[in-house]
Ligand binder design. Structure first.
Ligand code: NAD
Ligand code: MG
Ligand code: MG
Ligand code: MG
Ligand code: MG
Length: 331
């Protein structure tokens, strides 16, 4: 069973006694910077001169510096820029400003797990990874609650890295919900596997295959869209609230039958063997190497996939149908 920590296990005064730089002000960055500030932590945001996020951070009352300046001042540096650019920001802004006893923090372990960033001995290397999107992390915090977080320590130079990571997690509300101890390796490999095989990769492929099967059989795309994409949210919401058992309790017995009999014919032993192959490529580093090489080359294949996605009939069908649903338009 996982080791869990709550508010009483974490000492907020540790992070309150440090100078924190949050690099990046996107989904995670804004949540961390604002909630740390509201927890009485001395925080500055690091963004490059032309960044579109600068204005938002300044309007929220935060001090905004360049990443280099922010790291010069700080002794705890949280790197929340996109994973493929972390290497560059680290080399230009973080590394030149690291001193013995400083700490670098991540919200996801990819750059450490695959050796893209190699911190020097003498600094703590920690992770605080909320298990939710940044906007939920911030909203829960302002409502007096929190989103569960994973914490990990890759390098404990000071001997107090775990206490520091717990203190940071408390500063963004994580220990209100509960914090689970993991490793950079476990977090990185499971996070990549989840998004590649199940959440984004797997779910999207399942939706498209279902939509294509119905439309190729002559059914109307609008009807296929409702059945294969739109209604998925209703099903996932039930799973989110109460697991597979609540979903099966709520749907008809006919639908439930699908989970026992038809589903395993769709996602069968071959699919599972492919999942194991995908996991192997994540574990041996080839997935990350390929993705970083694609990113560094200017995303040539990615751009082709995005274009193909725009041409897929499910895109135009969805646009039309969503415009009929006022509650989605307003969101
Ligand atoms: P994001 O894309 O939402 O935001 C990135 C921020 O970095 C933006 O403010 C952008 O202006 C800034 N930025 C981009 N290039 C920069 C540069 N060269 N120098 C300085 N700033 C730069 O990113 P995100 O989704 O918040 O992801 C940040 C980290 O958090 C990643 O490691 C990601 O894996 C992790 N994470 C994200 C989520 C999530 O909910 N999105 C959840 C868990 C972990
Ligand atoms: Mg993002
Ligand atoms: Mg994830
Ligand atoms: Mg991820
Ligand atoms: Mg139906």
């Amino acid at each position: 069973m996982a080791e869990m920590y709550y508010d009483d296990d974490a000492d907020l005064s540790i992070i309150q006694g440090r100078s924190v730089a949050v690099l990046g002000y996107g989904s995670q960055g804004h949540a961390h910077a604002l909630s740390l500030r509201d927890s009485g932590v001395d925080v500055r945001v690091g963004l490059h001169e032309g960044s579109k996020s600068r204005q938002a951070a300044e309007e929220a009352g935060l001090r905004v510096l360049t990443p280099f300046e922010a790291c010069e001042e700080a002794d705890v540096i949280m790197i929340l820029v996109p994973d493929p650019v972390q290497r560059k920001v680290y080399a230009e802004a973080v590394e030149p400003n690291l001193a013995e006893g400083d700490a670098i923090f991540f919200g996801h372990g990819l750059n450490i797990r695959y050796g893209l960033i190699k911190p020097p001995a003498g600094v703590d290397v920690c992770m605080v990874a909320p298990k939710g999107p940044g906007h939920l992390v911030r909203r829960q915090f302002t409502e007096g609650r929190g989103v569960p977080c994973l914490i990990a320590v890759e390098q404990d130079a000071t001997g107090t890295a775990t206490e520091l990571a717990l203190s940071y997690a408390k500063g963004i509300g994580g220990t209100r919900a509960g914090v689970i101890k993991t490793t950079f390796t476990e977090e990185t490999e499971t996070d990549l596997f989840g998004e590649q095989a199940v959440l984004c990769g797997g779910a999207e492929a399942l939706i498209k295959a279902g939509f294509e099967t119905l439309t190729e059989a002559g059914y109307q795309p609008e009807v296929a869209y409702f059945e294969c994409l739109h209604e998925l949210k209703l099903i996932v919401d039930l799973m989110y609230e109460g697991g597979l058992e609540k979903m099966n309790w709520s749907v008809s017995e006919t639908a439930e039958w699908g989970g026992y009999v038809t589903g395993p014919r769709i996602v069968d032993d071959r699919t599972k063997a492919t999942m194991k192959q995908v996991l192997t490529e994540i574990q041996d580093g080839s997935f990350a190497n390929n993705w970083i090489a694609e990113y560094d080359a200017g995303l040539p294949n990615y751009k082709k996939y995005v274009e193909a996605e725009e041409q897929h009939p499910i895109t135009a069908t969805g646009k039309k149908l969503r415009s009929m649903m006022s509650w989605i338009r307003e969101g």
